[in-house]
Design a protein around this ligand. Structure first.
Ligand code: FES
Ligand code: FE2
Length: 440
């Protein structure tokens, strides 16, 4: 039996034991750096769930493309000459070379650097050097296109793919989470646009730690990010503001709802507030207008997170911003973090600039918050390598048998009165265990 097989067999045994402990709110740290767990995650999670790859504003014109990844697989996300969005596996059909080596650009054709096979931007193989002479007349180029991803669906400009042809629709997969994500994506009639290329950097930490933090870890904010409160750049007078903010949980997602000063609309310009109100249902708008809360941090299983928050670049100004991030697994205990900045396409230019600056200062790769978080997650992954530490169960019991969902909540899912709870994190792990144990 190969070493890889041993690791998977070991992981399967571990999963049984770990899932039983998790029912009591206890998590096994071994799940973070385990090679067999990583193998199973590739097969059982990333081949069957909806994965965000790009925003349509990144490829507005025919021929525009970006290169994106699901674990190791590389994809060309391209708008073809007819304007259709295609997601093509970036692997040459001849010897498997990576066909498109640039991260983004505009092209009618993609030519493989090894022997020159050339594909149209819809994936068709159209050029094979000397093909009649070396392959003969019977060689049919139409049988060798770049592989198209089985499922591609858009939601409010977000491009998702699923490698499983039998997977449920994106809408079904989103379920009740759509109600909360609308607050991020439907602020303007013109939609969102990505400004600049996404930031990306490698963090020596398990991908699940980022997803877990963004779905429900409001608890760390006041402590880990205390310096931002002291510096006066957090959009709250009190760093424990999440203590009084609700947390929502749906089948495959969850997040927190941030309090905003009544009538402030989190600092969005009046033209955006107007269209935001029109685009949401009266029930949704009730949150902003009557309850003075907006969805802030969240995660959609497995590895897409959102954060809509605000910074105070100077005492007179509150500037909101929106980021999307993907926690791309690279290897056991190592991820590549992708972070996009998005803004309403029709917002005033001055607002767009200020919003981007606020994002860069807080959650860009060198942002004040981001640096604190990367250190937390790297430390957890490092500690989980220890012979004793990796078997020492972690406490995931906050709020267990202690909180009840808010009755008569206007939206879907369960909503708990405080964001200092771990219902959403437990939901993330519950879904994770379900996918991981599916074929066992
Ligand atoms: S590997 Fe691409 S042309 Fe040979
Ligand atoms: Fe954080």
């Amino acid at each position: 039996m190969s070493k890889g097989r041993d690791a998977v067999a070991d992981a399967l045994e571990l999963l049984e034991e770990a899932s039983r402990a998790f029912e009591k709110g206890m998590l096994l740290p071994k799940l973070f750096n385990h090679p067999g767990i990583f193998e199973l995650e590739k097969e059982r999670i990333f081949k069957h769930t909806w994965i965000f790859l790009a925003h349509e504003s990144e490829i507005p014109r025919p021929g525009d493309y970006v290169v994106r990844y699901i674990v190791y697989d590389s994809f060309i996300v391209v708008r073809d000459d007819e304007g259709e969005i295609r997601v093509l596996l970036n692997t040459c059909r001849h010897r498997g070379m990576q066909v498109c080596r640039a991260e983004m650009g505009n092209a009618s054709y993609f030519r493989c650097p090894y022997h020159g096979w050339t594909y149209k931007n819809n994936g068709e193989l159209v050029g094979v050097p000397h093909f009649k002479r070396i392959y003969g007349e019977r060689f049919d180029r139409s049988e060798w296109p770049l592989m198209a991803v089985p499922r591609v669906e858009l939601h409010d400009g977000l491009i998702f793919v699923n490698l499983d042809a039998e997977a449920p629709s994106l809408k079904d997969y989103l379920g009740g989470a759509e109600w909360y994500f609308d607050f991020y994506t439907k602020k303007s009639r013109a939609g969102l646009e990505v400004m600049g290329a996404p930031h990306r950097w490698v963090v020596p930490a398990d991908w699940k730690l980022g997803a877990d933090n963004f779905i429900g870890d409001a608890y760390h904010t006041a402590f880990s990010h205390e310096s931002t409160v002291k510096a006066g750049i957090l959009f709250a007078e009190n760093a424990d503001f999440h203590l009084e903010s609700p947390q929502w949980v749906t089948e495959r997602a969850g997040g927190g709802l941030m309090q905003i000063p009544p009538g402030s609309y989190a600092g969005y310009p009046p033209s955006i507030v107007e269209s935001w109100k029109q685009n949401l249902s009266p029930q949704q708008w009730k949150l902003v207008e009557e309850l003075s809360i907006i969805p802030t941090h969240s995660t959609l299983f497995p590895n897409l997170s959102f954060l809509n928050a605000a910074s105070i670049p100077n005492p007179e100004q509150v500037v909101p911003w929106l980021t999307i991030r993907v926690w791309r697994p690279l290897e056991p205990g190592k991820m590549e973090l992708w972070s996009w900045f998005l803004v309403e396409k029709d917002a005033p230019e001055e607002f767009k600039r200020a919003s981007r600056q606020s994002y860069v200062l807080s959650f860009g790769s060198s942002g004040t918050f981001e640096m604190d978080d990367a250190e937390n997650w790297s430390s957890i992954s490092r500690m989980a390598r220890g012979e004793l530490s990796r078997d020492l169960y972690l406490n995931y019991q906050m709020g267990l048998n202690h909180l009840e969902p808010i009755p008569d909540w206007p939206g879907p899912g369960r909503v708990y009165p405080i964001d200092y709870t771990e219902y959403a994190q437990r939901q993330f792990w519950k879904v994770w265990f379900e996918y991981m144990l599916e074929d066992s």
